[in-house]
Design a binder for this molecule. Structure first.
Ligand code: F6P
Length: 355
């Protein structure tokens, strides 16, 4: 058996743990593993295909990033190519990718990625490549699994940042607005905001009303609490308004934190500062939880190959790692359930969602 491993889309802490789990589980069965570098670039002459054995995955569990490299512009079905006149066109190179996969004597693909990369894997499966998916993203928005790896580390990083903001907010009697990642899901904002004792948490699932946000800040002021911490998910939307994009053509979210900060300062007269945590949330060493989840996902992916569960994705359904159809995982992207106990807990603690 020759297994190919690919990491695609934005990186997430724990990718290397998945790679190690999969490689050692394969080596244990006497199977071979090849790493396709830079998404699917290694299949299309944009990078290499490298052999992965016990030596290559030694000492990587705790390392952030991915030893295979990644890209979020590596879709073989829409490969971006620059023309001699400098313009760019998208070309379908999927047949070439499939031919290269076969040419390298590869039997099965473990695709480690978020919804975009898993959708590509599903299309490659339709072209005859047996695939096992591994859900990766700090956003935690992949369906069928209670958690994706990378999410716990991102929440820990954001929580630490919110903790640090408290002291400076309090000494200056300011409002501090922190924008966190998560795309269209509010998991990072909700969990870090709760753990970090934010006063206001704005998430995409609950459109917010700025007057409610300001009311919360004024109420705190009246109680003698002269500072406030506001956590804004990058995908948060005002009631009747739209998302904020840094680049609307490529739908790159960003800027809602600053918009909220300006509006708060204008309405309350309180000195307000904003910051964007950005890619810090994707970097660094994975937490113990993400290391364990990564190792378990990687090893389970290889067990599922042994059981010929192709077209399935490894998923955490505590206490077990189970196989769910990739199709099913993609059909229902995960969002913060409005009836979740985390939302109820935040409301019980007096945290405002701006609604
Ligand atoms: O999906 C992971 C994520 O970090 C999102 O939270 C964020 O919106 C996006 O990727 C940022 O992508 P890029 O790395 O292209 O800036």
């Amino acid at each position: 058996m020759r297994i190919a491993l690919s990491t695609g889309g934005g990186d997430a802490p724990g990718l290397n743990a998945v790679i190690r789990g999969a490689v050692l589980a394969a080596v244990h069965r006497g199977w071979q593993v090849a790493g396709i570098r830079r998404g699917y670039g290694g299949l299309l002459g944009d990078d290499e295909i490298v052999p992965l054995g016990a030596k290559e995955v030694r000492g990587i569990t705790h390392l952030g990033g991915t030893i295979l490299g990644t890209t979020n512009r590596g879709d073989p079905f829409r490969w971006r190519q620059q023309q001699p006149d400098g313009t760019w066109i998208d070309r379908d190179r999927s047949d070439e990718a499939v031919a290269a996969f076969r040419g390298h004597g590869l039997d099965v693909l473990i695709a480690i990625g978020g919804d975009g990369s898993l959708a590509i894997a599903r299309r490659l499966m339709a072209k005859g490549i047996p695939v096992i998916g591994v859900p990766k993203t700090i956003d935690n928005d992949v369906g069928g699994t209670v958690a994706t790896f990378g999410f716990d580390t991102a929440v820990a990083t954001a929580t630490e940042a919110i903790d640090k903001l408290h002291s400076t907010a309090e000494s200056h009697e300011r409002v501090m607005v922190v924008e966190v990642m998560g795309r269209h899901a509010g998991f990072i904002a909700l969990n870090s905001g709760l753990a970090g004792s934010a006063d206001v948490i704005l998430i995409p699932e609950i459109p917010f009303d700025l007057s409610k946000v300001c009311e919360k800040i004024r109420n705190r002021e009246a109680e003698g609490r002269h500072f406030s911490i506001v956590v804004v998910a990058e995908g948060a939307v005002p009631k009747g308004g739209t998302e904020s994009y840094l680049d609307s053509q490529h739908r790159r979210l960003g800027g809602m934190g600053e918009r909220v900060a300006q509006a708060i300062e204008q309405a309350t007269g309180k000195e307000t500062r904003s910051l964007v945590l950005g890619h810090l949330q994707r970097g660094g060493s994975p937490t113990t939880f993400d290391r364990l989840l990564g190792l378990r996902f990687g090893a389970a992916a290889v067990r599922f190959i042994a059981e010929r569960k192709f077209g399935m994705m490894v998923a955490l359904q505590p206490p077990a790692i189970v196989a769910v159809p990739i199709e099913q995982a993609l059909a229902t992207p995960k969002r913060v359930p409005l009836d979740s106990d985390s939302i109820a807990t935040a409301r019980d603690l007096g945290i405002s969602f701006g609604d």
